[in-house]
Write a protein that binds this ligand. Structure first.
Ligand code: FRU
Length: 490
């Protein structure tokens, strides 16, 4: 009798729940040295179901400790996506001594023979997110006409000294403001006639970033995820807008009249940023759900389903005369490295020789090379599988081709080649590639183009090779690190 080995594709350095179903990241907040990550969680199944908030904490953004479910359904409904903030000044009156955490989320109520009702509610925690008390005055915000009215993201608006909420409302987002998180006043609506409307708008975010690292020039960035629609083979995706925001109204830049995606792969959805990162750190940190509503319920894992992207730092930088959203892996990931290979100023032939015997599953490649030279890697190769990642200078693009990446028969549109435009291929080119048990995340030219894709290769597919169009290219540097899950101290 033969034993069939079941692969679980469990990521080494990405967060995934120990068991059962997970989708969107929720309530991401930093408090007392801990990064909190809540998430849409179905504790009783491996497909989407009645939503709870699962919970994990980390001190380093790489190793996560899973904690008990934070929020469970109640008479107001199941617990859809939302955010969390530190109420530093006790504006809510929930806290007697010192600041505490407040979660602002959507209560989703199914009603027989009617549209579900989506209303916004609060819960608060006096013990660093370990236990939560639902506010007795829930829900705190409802709408008379929007059927889809969900995923509130709340932040403190420094200048106006009040809370601001951005919330998805069908094919638009709405902005509200509040002195105490309980009483909300409508400010404005944004989204008609602008952006992609290929699916329902979900999980918005809004935050201020320096442009080119200059505090004297800042812009607001709005993220809006759009749900999957059978008419579009891309499935669910996340777009962004840049513009001005006075606390009430968002005015998009000229550049935002074209649709811009934050990621050109298929598997980075519903991502939002962390709240309350200390000013001395100053980063805008982001995590997305590494899946796609097009096939999320069908992916070939058994005991659990769903993982998050690596944590990324967001920035605005000028590329080709345009201010664009840049993503870079959070530097904490460097702690997970074990050096495998480090080469400087070498020929393609030398690199090929060095890669020949490498067998790796969870690792990072960081390579820089001469301008205008197309190069590609074949990763997680073996057993008939390979995932191709490269830069094509004739087309000015970075791409991931997962046509032969492994198991793909669970959905007709899983296979494919996903490409992203590069603003210029005339300077030195660089690629940072993060490979894990079931994913690749590619950051090209210092994060100006990003591709996040799931892959399901055979466990034995561990090969790495590289090819170039021209054979006499010099690789200025190539570093490969194996990545493991680092252990938090203390
Ligand atoms: C986005 C989303 C949200 C919703 C949640 C439900 O993926 O559809 O709009 O709150 O998932 O799980």
């Amino acid at each position: 009798m033969s034993t069939v080995f079941k692969q679980d594709y469990r990521s080494t350095y990405h967060f995934s729940p120990k068991e059962k179903w997970m989708n969107d990241p929720n309530g991401m907040v930093f408090f007392k040295g801990e990064y909190h990550l809540f998430y849409q969680y179905h504790p009783y199944g491996t497909t989407w179901g009645p939503m709870h908030w699962g919970h994990a904490v980390s001190k380093d953004l790489v190793s996560w400790e899973e904690l008990p479910v934070a929020l469970a359904p109640d008479e107001n409904g199941t617990i859809f996506s939302g955010s969390a903030v530190v109420d530093w000044e006790n504006t809510t009156g929930f806290f007697e001594d010192g600041p505490g955490l407040v979660a602002i989320f959507t209560h989703h109520l199914e009603v027989e023979n009617q549209n579900p009702i989506q209303r916004q509610s609060l819960a608060y925690s006096k013990d660093n997110g370990r236990t939560w008390i639902k506010y007795e005055g829930n829900p705190v915000l409802k709408h008379d006409s929007f059927v889809d009215f969900r995923d509130p993201k709340v932040f403190w608006h420094e200048q106006n000294e009040e809370w601001v909420m951005i919330i998805a409302s069908g094919q638009t987002v709405c902005l509200y403001r509040s002195p105490n998180l309980k009483d909300w006043e409508f400010s404005s609506e944004f989204g008609e006639g602008i952006g992609s409307h290929d699916g329902v708008w979900e999980c918005p975010d809004l935050f201020l970033l320096n442009v080119d690292g200059e505090p004297s020039l800042q812009k607001w960035v709005m993220l809006v995820s759009i749900g999957a629609d059978p008419a579009f083979t891309e499935g669910s995706r996340t777009q962004y807008f840049t513009g001005e925001f006075d606390g009430k109204t968002f005015v998009p830049d000229e550049a935002s009249h074209a649709v811009r995606w934050i990621d050109h792969g298929r598997d980075n959805y519903a991502g939002v940023s962390w709240s309350d990162i200390p000013a001395e750190d100053g980063r805008r940190l982001f995590i997305g759900w590494m899946s796609n509503w097009m096939y999320a319920n069908l992916t070939p894992t058994e005991d659990y389903r769903g993982a998050m992207t690596i944590a990324r730092e967001l920035a605005l930088e000028t590329r080709g005369g345009e201010i664009v959203l840049i993503q870079r892996p959070a530097h904490e990931l460097e702690q997970a490295r074990t050096p495998v290979l480090s080469l400087q100023d070498v020929s393609i032939g030398h690199v090929q020789e060095q890669l020949k015997d490498l067998k790796l599953v969870s690792y990072e490649i960081h390579m820089e090379w001469a301008p205008n030279q197309s190069i590609h890697f074949a990763l997680r190769s073996g057993a008939g599988n390979e995932t191709v990642v490269g830069i094509d200078c004739e087309r000015n693009e970075v791409y991931v081709d997962r046509n032969q990446s492994g198991v793909s028969d669970f959905h007709e549109h899983f296979c494919g080649r996903h490409a992203a435009h590069l603003y210029t291929t005339e300077g030195n080119l660089n690629l940072r590639i993060y490979v894990d048990e079931s994913s690749v995340e590619v950051f090209a030219n210092d994060g100006e183009a990003v591709i996040t894709d799931l892959i399901y290769p055979d466990a034995s597919s561990k090969g790495i090779s590289m090819e170039a169009k021209v054979s006499d290219i010099v690789i200025s540097s190539l570093n490969i690190y194996e990545l493991s899950s680092v252990k938090s101290e203390g």
